[in-house]
Design a protein around this ligand. Structure first.
Ligand code: KIV
Length: 293
């Protein structure tokens, strides 16, 4: 694949058996940086509502939130495939609503949408795909269903759970999904699903035997408050930002900032004219005060 050409869903399908690299991020600058670094796909995850807005779960993300952040990422004109998460309750009610809401994310600049769930949502996946919108599935730990799952737990721990996940994955493939995210799932189950699907699997906390990996940028760079054990931290930006802002506070308090390189002055003659004008103004004010007494 040429470095300059836009990545398409067909490229993802062709990368089956290879290593697709995706990052979840939510804004113009970081999308541009991730794209320059060579990722194949950028996900505008509903985790935006936790990482950027401080909400406790992804339930609080709305279609408007995701659409706005999708626009920001699309403004970076990334070569990477742009996938937008369909948030909680934007696709559950009916096929019609699912298609309508998916189309809003496409109009915001996404190349594809991602839906959480297995067999129970295949009718929605089918309808969205039929409308011409590529769908990425998401199984295993599905944070939008965390209340029913009873917490952020490892999925596919038992043979029965593993089989159910395989059935979910197969159903999504049948419905026309072009790839599937497998989150926080026993590695053996993710590996077996990967072997048995024609479409690529992209894993997060589900081991190495998948067709790709996805990490949330905030976890990778050390900005997240909760640090999932399965995310590798490449840099500690929290520490670096804390250090930088503390230094700035001290610089201002100790009058070390701004330095001469951070501001500009008037020309000398202009400054002298300015001082004269101030002098005449002060004098006029003094005279005014005297004449009132
Ligand atoms: O919302 C998100 O960031 C995600 C990733 C964890 C895959 O869905």
């Amino acid at each position: 694949m040429g470095r300059d050409r836009k990545v398409t869903v067909t490229d993802f399908l062709n990368m089956k058996g290879g290593q697709i690299v995706m990052v979840a991020t939510y804004d113009y600058i970081t999308a541009k940086l991730c794209d320059q670094a060579g990722v194949d796909g950028i996900l505008i995850g509903d985790s935006v509502i936790m990482n950027l807005y401080g909400f406790p779960t992804t339930h609080y993300a709305t279609l408007r939130d995701i659409a706005r952040h999708t626009q920001a990422v699309a403004n970076a004109k990334p070569r990477a495939l742009v996938v937008a998460d369909m948030p909680f309750m934007s696709y559950e009610a009916s096929r019609r609503e699912a298609v309508k809401n998916a189309s809003k994310l496409i109009r915001a600049g996404a190349d594809a949408v991602k839906l959480e769930g297995g067999e129970e949502i295949v009718d929605k996946v089918e309808a969205i795909v039929k409308a011409g919108i590529p769908v990425m599935g998401h199984i295993g730990l599905t944070p939008q269903r965390v209340l029913r799952l009873g917490g952020y737990r490892l999925m596919g721990k038992t043979a029965e759970m593993g089989l159910k996940l395989l059935e979910d994955a197969k159903a999504l493939e049948e419905a026309g999904a072009f790839s599937i995210v497998i989150e926080f799932t026993a590695a053996e189950v993710a590996a077996e699903i990967t072997r048995r699907l024609r479409i690529p699997t992209i894993c997060i906390g589900a081991g190495p035997e998948c067709d790709g990996q996805i990490l949330v940028l905030h976890d990778m760079v050390g900005l997240s408050e909760i640090e999932p054990f399965f995310a590798k931290k490449y840099i500690n930006l929290r520490e670096q930002i804390l250090r930088a802002v503390s230094e700035y506070v001290q610089d201002v308090k100790q009058r070390r900032f701004p330095g001469p390189e951070h501001y500009r002055k008037m020309r000398r003659e202009e400054y002298e004219r300015f001082l004269k004008m101030l002098e005449s103004r002060d004098e006029a004010q003094r005279e005014g005060m005297h004449s009132r007494c």
